[in-house]
Write a protein that binds this ligand. Structure first.
Ligand SMILES: Nc1c(NC[C@H](O)[C@H](O)[C@H](O)CO)[nH]c(=O)[nH]c1=O
Ligand SMILES: CC(=O)[C@@H](O)COP(=O)(O)O
Length: 163
């Protein structure tokens, strides 16, 4: 199902755990910061709506999406009380192949982090053809992928604490 057929901001609180005792780190890329700050707002609002306390939402900023990998790895190393990390970025296609390599690099890097980490690392990185697509997915017509990422984080924390 494409995003066009699913609003990214929709969720059913009754299906989610109470987040009052959870702690989540959010690493935010500064590239396309109008979009990444919109994604962060969506994620934060959803986490607060599900009961998380504001002091348990830790934000770090990094220069670009490629640095999300090291930022998430380092955040996990320095804060053993985190239950999940969300990485937020926005990669928009330009004139060259750099878009392809950044997207692939970040995707593979976050995938690798999930293989070695004890907590889930949620992939909230837009990889769009133009800025309008990014605006549409960070609080626009298609909702907010940051909200979707927060919900995914809560569901994965619940799964991870079952075993
Ligand atoms: N073009 C975009 C970038 N490029 C920068 C890289 O992410 C990285 O910071 C640089 O290569 C230094 O390592 N980053 C984005 O997040 N979005 C873009 O559209
Ligand atoms: C994803 C990028 O790095 C890209 O936006 C940079 O633009 P360009 O390919 O025109 O250098």
């Amino acid at each position: 199902m494409a995003t066009a057929n699913k609003n990214l901001s929709e969720y059913d609180k009754s299906t989610l755990p109470d987040a009052k005792d959870f702690k989540v780190g959010i690493v935010v890329s500064e590239w396309n910061d109008k979009v990444t700050n919109g994604l962060f707002s969506g994620a934060k609002e959803a986490l607060l709506d599900c009961g998380m306390s504001e002091e348990n939402i830790v934000r770090w900023d990094v220069p670009g999406s490629f640095e999300l990998i090291f930022g998430a790895k380092r955040m996990i190393e320095v804060d053993e009380n985190l239950d999940a990390v969300i990485v937020i970025g926005c990669v928009i296609k330009g004139e060259t192949m750099h878009f392809d390599f950044v997207c692939q690099g970040v995707t593979q890097g976050i995938k690798d982090l999930n293989l070695i980490s004890e907590i889930p690392v949620i992939f909230c990185v837009l990889t769009d053809n133009n800025e309008q697509q990014s605006l549409d997915r960070s609080g626009g017509v298609h909702g907010n992928k940051g909200t979707e990422a927060a919900i995914a984080a809560l569901k994965m924390i619940e799964l991870n604490t079952k075993f």
